[in-house]
Structures are given as structure tokens and as C-alpha cells.
Design a protein around this ligand. Sequence first.
Ligand code: XMP
Length: 509
Amino acid sequence: AIAVIDFGSQYTHLIARRVRELEVYSEIIPATAGRERIAHLNARGIILSGGPASVYDAGAPAIADWVLQSNIPVLGICYGMQAMVHQLGGTVTPGDAREYGHADLRVAESSSRLLAGVGASAPVWMSHGDRVERLPEGMATLARTDNSDCAAVSDGQQWFGLQFHPEVQHTPDGMTILRNFVREICGCSGSWTAGNFVADTVARVKEQVGSDRVICGLSGGVDSSVAAALLHQAVGSQLTCIFVNNGLLRHGEAEEVQETFNENMGMDLRYIDASDRFLDGLRGVTDPETKRKTIGNEFIRVFEDAAAEIENVRWLAQGTLYPDVIESETPENRASARIKSHHNVGGLPERMNFSLVEPLRYLFKDEVRAVGLELGLPEEIIYRQPFPGPGLAIRIIGEVTPERVELLRDCDRIVLEEIHDAGLYRDIWQSFAVLTDNRTVGVMGDYRTYGYACAIRAVNSEDAMTADWVRLPYDVLARVSNRIVNEVDGVNRVVYDITSKPPGTIEWE
Ligand code: XMP
């Protein structure tokens, strides 16, 4: 495995993901952690991430002594390289100009193990202020750019440094360089595959859970579906899944979950239709955060009631993913203001006194998908667009009534049908309809209509933190608009939301 030491770069996750794409397991370790933190990893190499600091800043994060004293190869990237040079006795100076973006790498030492396979000149992506002025003894330059004599450096043995970012797409040879480091220099073999993960995890979960009963809340989304399928593979009939229909789901969703898990996989699935409870609770509520709280609290009550009917449960399985784990580990780097309260099932484990099984705790999203395919889950579930826990309620501006849920569900179904038919579904992060509380005048036949305006939203995103609206083809928009106005009685106008995030958010509420 490879330990990725995090100095706060926005690309740290990406480094870990790239290493795993090379079929080598990697884990992100906070810069302040002690040696014991990597004891379980059997690390054959260490990568030091970039970061926003300058080595001369007061309180700049330093490379821990145990890393400097380790005898395994270390690759410093950007700040990681500067910190390495600085702490090994070289000189780093504040740059006059920030170098940001594209640069041309000229390879000086073509026989180096790190840059093997990279052409004499290669585009790379830079993002730094300081630069390396003098190398520590024993280290030499492997490649230069116009701005930097030390764009790639090494002592040929243990220490390797890159001023640019090999992990980003804008460095086309980046994967070659990372492969050289991980596979050739560190000697890691490629055993991190979905198949091996499933085999290992099934064995581990079996041992952890023994003959106890496990429950799992199934939402129909990718994460909980894959967690449930994995648990089912491990403990079979000891697992009971609970699926709550909150009355705020998309068209056909409840049926699809039952078909997949109950009929096709033979899982013990408790389907609970609590639509009335949720819709009753939402009566008169218009504030977005109050909607979320109402739905979140109701979910906990419904789930608890359902769980109480299953005897001898000791474990609760959850589809927690690695980005959430990393997030909670490094609050100082990644703290952010709370715009919306997203995690509405967070209260479950403490209240219910179960132990947690989190089989996806160390996986990134794309790995979860690969594991799901390995487990034989249908592609409709694996590649499903994210859908918020509060469901259609936060896409209905104003009060959520059963009639308005029906209106939105119809509009939304049409949007998705057309997106599917145009072959665009998988290329879009999220696409959906929003029911506004604006009524507008229209004309149909010779009659005046007065109906709701429906908004269409389609965005692309990597991680939901930022997003851009999708340039949907006009003919797709035209079909969506035409069908909604004709087929959904009560909606007489369709608009397309062309706001990116920021400044907008993905959902309207
Ligand atoms: P925003 O609207 O904040 O959404 O740009 C970012 C991502 O989070 C989803 N979202 C939610 N998910 N409960 C959830 O489980 C929520 O209350 C919630 N609000 C937003 C949204 O769909 C998008 O993917």
C-alpha cells in the first residue's frame, strides 16, 4: 500500500484515487499523525501531498520525523516536495510570480526511474508560489520548466519530488509517473481490485458479525444498495433491509427497489409505506430547513419502529464512504460553513444502540460502483444520479401537498424519460424538475389557463461542491417542455435553470 500524507491540498483525494486506479491500495493520513497510524497498511511508499502553505509560514505543516526516518521511497508533490527539500537541508525561496496552470516540462535526465516513458518535453500542470532554489546534497534535477530548474528531483534512491501535479488530468503523463513511482520504485503489486475487495470484505464482515442479526436502511441509492448487497453476500439471511417509502420518491422507485432486492436477490426486505406519516408532518411547512428536519425526524421514528420488530439485532450496516471519513478526520483543513443540513440520518446509530458495520468506509464513489457491478447489481442502480434524502419535498417550493407531489412526480418522470431517450442520463450528474409556487397565465385551445411554472435543472459536477448547468440540446428541452405542458394538468409553463454552483446550489431549497 501507499500512504498519502495530507498537507491540505485540494487534490489530496485525487492522489489517493489515482494510486488506486493503479490497483494499489492507498490511504490518506493527516500530516500530524504518528507512525502508528500507518501500522496496518504495510506501506511500501509514501506520497506527500501539496498544500496551501509556504514552508516559511508560521505553523506550516512539517514532514513528521518518522517519515524522514523511514527507509521507504517518498514522493513529494508541490508543497510536499518543498517541505522535503527544506527539511533535508536545501533551500526554498518565495517565488516572485505564482506559477499557475500549464507549463512545459523538459526532461533533463531521461534515464531516471521516475520519468521513464515520459517524452523529452511534456505538458504539466503547475500551481505554486515558492520554488526550490538549491537542492539538498545527493539530490539532482531530473526535469525543468521555464520557471523552475527543479521541476522534478531525486536522489535516485529514496527521495523523489515533483513541483507539478501528476494527479490532475492536465498532466497527461501524470499516470505514467505515478505508475513508475508506485509500481516500479515502491514495488507494489496490483492487487487492489473490486474482486479482491469483495472477497476480503465478505470474509471480514463474516468474522465481525458472527451469527448476529444485521439491519440496513436501503434508500435505493448506490451506496446503501452496494452496502446491502455486500452484507447479503457475507451473512445472507441474517440481514434484514428496511426500505422506507416517504411518499417523496421519484416515479417507479419504490417498485424498482423491491424488484431488485426482494424478487431478484431474495433479500429479506421490509417495505414500509409511510407516505401518509411524512405528508401529514409536512402539512403547512414551507421553510426548506424545517422540511428537512421534519422529514429527518420522521425517518428516525419510522426506522426505529421497523427495527424494533426485528429481534436480536446487534448491527446496523451503513454505506458510509471514504470522503466522509476523511472529512471528519481533518476538520481544520476542510471546515466549511453549513449551507444546508444534508445528513438527515446522522442521528440513528447513537439513539439505537447498535454497532456499526461500514463495509464501504475506505472506498471512493467510483470504487463503490465497481464493487456493485462485481456483485451483480443492475446498472440502473449503479449509475443512478444522486437523489436527496428529503426527496421531492425540497423540489416543491412552498407547501408540500399530495397533489403537488403528484404534479412534480409527473414532470420529473418526463424529464428523466427524455434524458434517457437522448442517451444523456449517465453523462449528467443530476437532472430533475422543480415545481415552483409561481402561477402564470397561459392559453390552451381557446382557453385561458392559470397553472404552475415548472423548472428544469440539469447539472454536471465532480463532487456536488461545485456544479455547472448542462448545455442540454434545444430539441431535448423542447420535447420536455412540450410534453410537460401537454401531459401534466396544472403546469402550463416550463423554464430552464441556467445557474451554476456557486452562486446557486444544485437543489432549489
Ligand atoms: P446543494 O443543493 O447543496 O446540493 O447544492 C448538493 C448535493 O446534495 C444533495 N442534497 C441533499 N442530500 N439530503 C440529502 O441527502 C439533503 O437534505 C440534501 N440537500 C441537497 C443534492 O441533491 C446535491 O446532490
